[in-house]
Design a protein around this ligand. Sequence first.
Ligand code: GDP
Ligand code: MG
Length: 177
Amino acid sequence: DTLKRPVQTLRVKMALLGSSGVGKSSLALRFSKRQFGSTSPTVGCAYLTQVVHLSNVTFRFEIWDTAGQEKYHSITPLYYRGAHAALLVYDISKRETFIRAQVWLKELEKQYIPGSTVIWLVGNKADLAKDRQVSAKEGQSLATDRGLFFTETSALSGDQVNELLLAVAHRVNECIG
Ligand code: GDP
Ligand code: MG
């Protein structure tokens, strides 16, 4: 035990972006509290936290959720500036949110030096299979074209939510390591 390497703690800022109603706040709550429930449009505090351990590194995620400003398309770049990771969320049952995600991506690309931020395309509400308007193949293909990572999640069932956070930690580790 005494020979164990000291644990390093890294603070990871992760910003959630995407249209109103796609499930950003629900995902933030899942990541942080492993719950699904009523998310008030305004969380009150700037971010929620969660800790992820990878070998000898502890990642302290600061999960930044918007307070609904996305409704007015008025998110200040300050919100995602300096983020190590950005989740670009859309709703697989609403095509316009997928289109909108591509607009957010353009905004992000203005701010970021390629390779320094992990950008993850997230197709949420994967449980709504019967209402699906965007196939997983389309999501994957956009991600591949633009050099993003891709996952479909369900904040409702919790499917792929913890896996996503762990995968982001892995990629952030590669980015900064
Ligand atoms: P936000 O505006 O992006 O923060 O979205 P919210 O987290 O407030 O969610 C909007 C609505 O979608 C709420 O009614 C949620 O309960 C619902 N929702 C969020 N995630 C999921 C999901 O994975 N599946 C389903 N079926 N509904 C979800
Ligand atoms: Mg919200």
